[in-house]
Every structure is written in C-alpha cells, then in structure tokens.
Design a protein around this ligand. Sequence first.
Ligand code: APR
Ligand code: PHB
Length: 389
Amino acid sequence: MRTQVAIIGAGPAGLLLSHLLAQGGVESVVLETRSEEYVAARIRAGILEHSSVELLEAAGLGGRIRTEGDHHRGIYLQWPGERHHLDFVDLAGRSVWVYGQTEVQKDLIAARKADDQEVHYEVSDVSLHDVTSDRPFVTFTDSSGATQRLDCAVIAGCDGSFGPSRHAVPAAQKFEKVYPYSWFGILADVAPSTDELIYAWHPNGFALHSMRSATVSRLYLQVPNGTDPASWSDDRIWDELATRLGHGQNGWKLNPGPITDKSVLPMRSYVQTPMRHGNLYLAGDAAHIVPPTGAKGLNLAIADVALLSKALIASLVDRNQSLADRYSDDAQRRVWRCTHFSWWMTTMLHTSGDPFDAELQLSQLRWVATSRAGATGLAENYAGLPIGY
Ligand code: APR
Ligand code: PHB
C-alpha cells in the first residue's frame, strides 16, 4: 500500500487531519487499533471553543453543532455560599458550545465515509520505520490477520498517549505532572439543573456540573486516586454532588436521575517536545495531555491539526517546507498556554487538604469572579485563543 500521509489513530485528531488533508488535495490512510463502533461510542469531554467551532464549520463539519449543540455564553464559578456567572461574550467577545466529543467523532466518521476515506480499524502491531528518511513506512497486522506495509511521504502520529508514535521521537524532552486526585464522572438521564456549567470549589473537593443535551447531564466529583467507581452507590454520588454544588442555597436545586455511566479519570499534565522528528509529526494526545478542568484536550488536538494540515498541504502540494519546519514551535506555543490554563484551573479548584492552600484558592476565586481583569483572563483562555495564537 502507498499513500501520501499515513495517519496512526482515528480519534478526533487523526480523522480531522485526514478530512482537512483531503480538502487540500492530499491523500491519507488511517490506521486504528479499536473498532469503528468503539471509537464512535467513547465518552469524552464536551466543550468546543469558539475557534474549534469556526474551524469545524469551515471544514463543512459544523451542521449538527448548530442544531444539536448548545451555545453557552460563559460558566458559573462557585464556592460555599457564593455563585458568580462569568460572561465570556461580554468579557472576551467569544463563547463556547456544549457538543460532546462523541458527537464530533461521529460527524468525522460520517464525513470520512462520504469521502471514501480509507480507514483500517482493528489493526495491531503498528510499527513506524525509517521516519527520518524520505521513504518512511508503517507496518501493521490488519483485521484479517495479514501483515501489511504502508509506504508514505509523511507519518502523522495521532494515536493518543498509549500509541507508539511518541516513542518514535528519540531524545524528546518530556514534562510531566501527576495530580494527587482523580475525577469521578457520571452520565445521567436527567435534565441539567443549570443553564451553563458550574465549577464548584468545596472543602470536600471540587465538583463540576456539565451536560450533554437537554435530557442528559454529565457531572464530576474530585476523588482520591485509585477510587473504585463501584464503591460509590448512586445515592452517595447524588448526595455528595448536592453538597458540593450547593443544593438548597439561594433556592437552587440539583435534580438527581438514573446514572447510565460511571468512570474514574486520573489527572495529569504531559508535554513532549519537539512534535516533529524527520517525517514523523505528532498531534493531539500523542504529544500532550492536560487535566480535564477547562476542557482543553479536544480543542488542543483540533488546533494542532489545523496547523499540521496546513503545513503538510504546503509541503506536499506546493513543495514549501516553511510551515512544516515551524510546526512544532507553532503548536507548542498554544500547547503551553493550554497546559498552564488547565493546571491553573485544576490547582485553583481542587482541594489538597492544606488549609493554607484553601485560603489562597478562595482568595484567587474571589478575585477571578469579581475583578474584570481576573474574569477576563479566565474567559479569554476558556473560550480559547485564536487558532494562530
Ligand atoms: N495504532 C493505531 N491506533 C492507535 C494505536 C496504535 N498502536 N494506539 C492508539 N490508537 C488510537 C486509539 O485507539 C484512539 O482511537 O489512537 C486514537 C487516539 O485518539 P484520542 O485518544 O481520542 O486522541 P486525539 O485524537 O489526539 O484526541 C484528543 O481525545 O483523549 C481525548 O482529552 C483528549 O479530548 C482530547 C482528544
Ligand atoms: C464535560 O462535559 O465532560 C466537561 C466539561 C468541562 C470540563 C471538563 C469536562 O472542564
């Protein structure tokens, strides 16, 4: 087999890259270890930044965001006794959309199918070869058990944090921070109890009220690392959410409902640089992981791919290497902005048990929620900087 770009991973980064490359006249083949059904059903984050929506719309992928997504002007930030609304449109001139990554993934799968994109699902033994030569190739075992070789001009490593691509960059510099807490996430068949997301600081730990639609709520609790989701009954989950989110304060009520999914997510920050080695380019979770506070993971993957698709089209169609040569530096600028923002939101909102930390957090929350300068900083970062940042 031969193609111009071998894309490893059919998550949002890999499929969006194949879509944008095709629009620019560059052909690709996508390799994915999981099945199409698994990839389409995975539950992930749910917030799209302004510039992610603009990019998806410009690529012809915005149809369902406008009809089925929910436009949010901002978020609520709260701590015991106080809830403040931050209006991003007013503060930063930009807003966000609630539209699940699961839906983005389904839209991408449908668009790539309509375009006859070659995607090999359920492959194994994916290996990258000769990435610094001008004839790199990927070998893999296809779903029928046959060994295959895919020759290409470029390999795009979009295979997340567990894939092989990031290990194919020797001497990469790696930065990592593991947080001493996790998120316990639930999906519930109940109308959200709020019009916009609530980020809550509480002495028992952080809580977040998010949503997927008018009938599905997504909520999270800070829990110790290693928590077993089965050790929490549904009643205990709703009671703790009610406490941390302030049920009963100023007449606000949290409506419980049937829980359809429970999972525990560990939290870490990870950045690997450079994001290019010869003819191997990394994008999305393959190069960086952010903790979920602030919902940057998907948006960062989209921003990487926006840069990478332009760079590869310029390189492979116009024979202009300048964007490809700058790709890693350009992408890292935004990666570090989002890494800082996600770390900042995480450390401002999650309790550590240290009373000194708690007072600093409350002081910072008061400042962010009540000073226009503080609120604008959060709004600019949350609603997202322009793609070219
Ligand atoms: N070969 C082929 N595919 C692989 C391999 C491999 N050896 N290993 C992993 N993959 C696939 C995974 O199964 C997954 O479908 O690569 C894909 C990577 O997709 P994501 O993990 O969704 O990462 P990305 O596309 O970068 O999207 C980033 O996803 O995890 C969230 O928070 C993250 O929202 C962000 C977004
Ligand atoms: C989600 O809806 O899953 C979500 C929303 C906001 C976040 C993180 C996750 O900051």
